[in-house]
Each structure stands twice: as structure tokens, then as C-alpha cells.
Design a protein around this ligand. Structure first.
Ligand code: ASP
Length: 342
């Protein structure tokens, strides 16, 4: 049987960083030396792999929509040549990038697996080695033909994942969506989670990249005693989108009428206001409490059980497609790539 071919796309992040006098930083050309020393990666049982390195390599805190465009363009350029793709990425914004790519890669029908590490490959006890080997195997198996995230023993849907540990080796979780696979002694795929969603490719036919444009999206986390007027200056300028991280099921304090006034004004100006919950698990249900109903009256829409990461990147994607505001509001509440439970 012909060997599967996997393209590793190195964008930066701890996995390939080296020590510098100012702390860990990415270094061009450093990772290939590490990869060539990993025996498993060069075993005849492994799929064939090639490496592409971004220039410049980034600490993922600096990743923006331009890098998402480069990632999507790279996958599209090599789409026919490889059976799957592994994206090496810093963990800090990995869940945002995996979410963004899940929307941008319309019609994706091959695995795109994001991974990284908490400890660089050049250090003792690096988790990067196992994360990379498992990701390559998952990409080669071709069972999860969507954007996923492989870290520690978990394989998660990319647009459902959140980084929940700053220092643990199992750094990601997806509280609102079952794992797609467990990478224990064997790799066990959970077919019902994978096939739960209509394959995007059936819908689009072939791969189509939607490149992102810069959009003005703000996130406000609701806290007790929040003074809404502080946000008035930003909300009165033209914002394309606003994600509110509410309490619980979509609740905001009602002591201050300023928020509903601001949201009504923002909605009237065309800002899409999406309400997500600051709870890692569960669903927003606007209108359950009086304290949340004001948001609906003011024109906000529910983000359901989407993560903030998915809501921001989905909004960016829909705005980049140049759709009407009504269409964006409708699609934000529909499941496009398994990012929310309708
Ligand atoms: N700051 C790093 C990054 O996100 C952290 C990591 O990779 O774990 O690039």
C-alpha cells in the first residue's frame, strides 16, 4: 500500500522554540534538527512527511487574521499533494486559529490537525514529540476529515476547544462537545462525534478558502458592578461585532439601563452583538431570566454553546464573506462546522 503523505506546517509556538536570554523564542531552521532526531518520525512505519516553515515564526500571541490567511493558503496550495496536514502552533491562541481555519476551509475533506507543546522539543520531557507523532498518525488515518486539535491524550474538534491549563500537559478541553478520539495505548476514534455533522464537502463540493479581512470585533466580559458607560466610546464608534461574555445562561446585570441602551444603539448602527457565556460549559438561552431578556429586546443574538474563540472567528469569517447583516445574524445562530449545538 502506498504510504500516506503528510505536510507539517510550522507556524511557531513553544514546540519549536529555543532558549534565548529573554526567554523562549522561535528560531528559523531549529525545528527540523529536532525532528530528524526523533526516531519514530523517521521509522518506516510512519507516513511520509515534509515540513514547511513560516517566515517569520511567531509566538502565537502575535497571530492575527493575516497568519490565518497564510495557513489556509498553504493548505490550499498543497491540498492535492498531501493526504493530511499537521499545523504546529503556539498553544496560547491555538483554539482561535483552529476555529478560524474550520470556517475558512469550506469544503474541507482531509484532516487538518493542530498541535503544539507546553515544553519545547529541545528540552527534557517535551510533550511536543508525542503530540506531533500522534497528530501525524491521525492526519494519515484520514478518519477525522475536519479541523481538529490533538494535545496530550485528546483529539478535539478545533472550533470547540479552549485552552484551560497554562501549565498542564493536557492543556485543552472541549466541554460542550465530546472528544473526536482518545490517544491512549491505541487511538480510539469516536465515530458518532465525528460523523454527527454533515460533511462540509458534501455541501461545497471542493475546497474553497475564504480569506479573512480585518474586522473590528470587541469582547466585553461582564463582571459584578460593571460600569457600562466605560465602554460607551468604543461602542459608539462603528464596531463590526461585539461578543458579550455574560454570566450563566446569558444574564447581565439590570441595575444600569446603560447596557441595553448601548446595545440598541450598536445594533442600530449595524454591529452584530453576540452573547456567549463565561461558563466553560453550557448554553446561552436569552430570555430565561428577566436579566437576560433586555439583551434580546436590544437586538443581541445568542451564541448558544459556542466558545468565545469560535464566536469571534465565525463573525470574522461571515463579515469577510460580505454577507448582509441579517444573513450574518442568522448564520451566527446556525451550526456551520459543528461549532454549536442547535
Ligand atoms: N506563548 C507560546 C505561544 O503561544 C506558548 C505556547 O506555545 O505554548 O506561542
Amino acid at each position: 500500500m502506498e504510504k500516506k503523505k503528510i505536510l507539517i506546517i510550522h507556524t511557531g509556538g513553544t514546540i519549536g522554540m529555543v532558549r534565548t536570554e529573554n526567554g523562549y523564542a522561535p528560531k528559523s531552521g531549529a525545528i527540523i534538527k529536532e525532528l530528524l532526531q526523533i526516531r519514530d518520525l523517521n521509522s518506516p512505519d510512519m507516513p511520509e512527511w515534509d515540513l514547511i516553515e513560516f517566515e517569520p515564526l511567531l509566538d502565537s500571541t502575535n497571530v492575527r487574521y493575516e497568519q490565518w490567511n497564510s495557513m489556509a493558503d498553504t493548505i490550499a496550495s498543497y491540498y492535492d499533494k498531501y493526504d493530511g496536514f499537521v499545523v504546529l502552533h503556539g498553544t496560547d491562541t491555538l483554539a482561535y486559529s483552529a476555529s478560524a481555519l474550520s470556517f475558512m476551509l469550506e469544503g474541507l475533506d482531509k484532516p487538518v490537525v493542530f498541535t503544539g507543546a507546553q515544553i519545547p522539543l529541545c528540552e527534557l520531557r517535551s510533550d511536543g514529540r508525542d503530540n506531533l507523532i500522534t497528530s501525524i498518525m491521525i492526519a494519515a488515518d484520514g478518519i477525522i476529515r475536519e479541523v481538529s486539535l490533538c494535545f496530550g491524550d485528546s483529539v478535539l474538534r478545533g472550533n470547540r476547544a479552549i485552552k484551560y491549563s497554562a501549565d498542564g500537559m493536557v492543556a485543552f478541553t472541549s466541554p460542550n462537545c465530546s472528544k473526536l478520539a482518545d490517544a491512549g495505548i491505541t487511538i480510539d476514534y469516536y465515530h458518532s462525534s465525528i460523523s454527527e455533522y454533515v460533511k462540509d464537502s458534501l455541501h461545497f463540493g471542493s475546497l474553497n478558502v475564504v480569506r479573512l479581512t480585518e474586522s473590528r470585533i470587541a469582547v466585553i466580559k461582564i463582571v459584578p458592578g460593571i460600569q457600562f458607560e466605560i465602554f460607551e466610546p468604543i461602542m459608539c464608534e462603528e464596531l463590526d461585532g461585539l461578543v458579550l461574555e455574560s454570566f450563566g445562561k446569558g444574564n447581565i446585570p439590570s441595575y444600569d439601563p446603560a447596557l441595553s441602551r448601548l446595545i440598541s444603539e450598536a445594533s442600530r448602527c449595524g454591529t452584530i452583538v453576540v452573547v456567549c457565556t463565561q461558563c466553560p460549559a453550557g448554553t446561552v438561552s436569552l430570555g430565561t431570566y428577566e436579566a437576560g431578556s433586555a439583551l434580546v429586546r436590544a437586538g443581541a443574538i445568542s451564541g448558544g454553546n459556542m466558545t468565545t474563540e469560535a464566536a469571534i472567528t465565525k463573525l470574522t469569517y461571515l463579515l469577510s464573506k460580505g454577507l448582509s447583516k441579517d444573513e450574518i445574524r442568522r448564520l451566527m445562530q446556525n451550526d456551520l462546522r459543528g461549532e454549536l449545538t442547535e
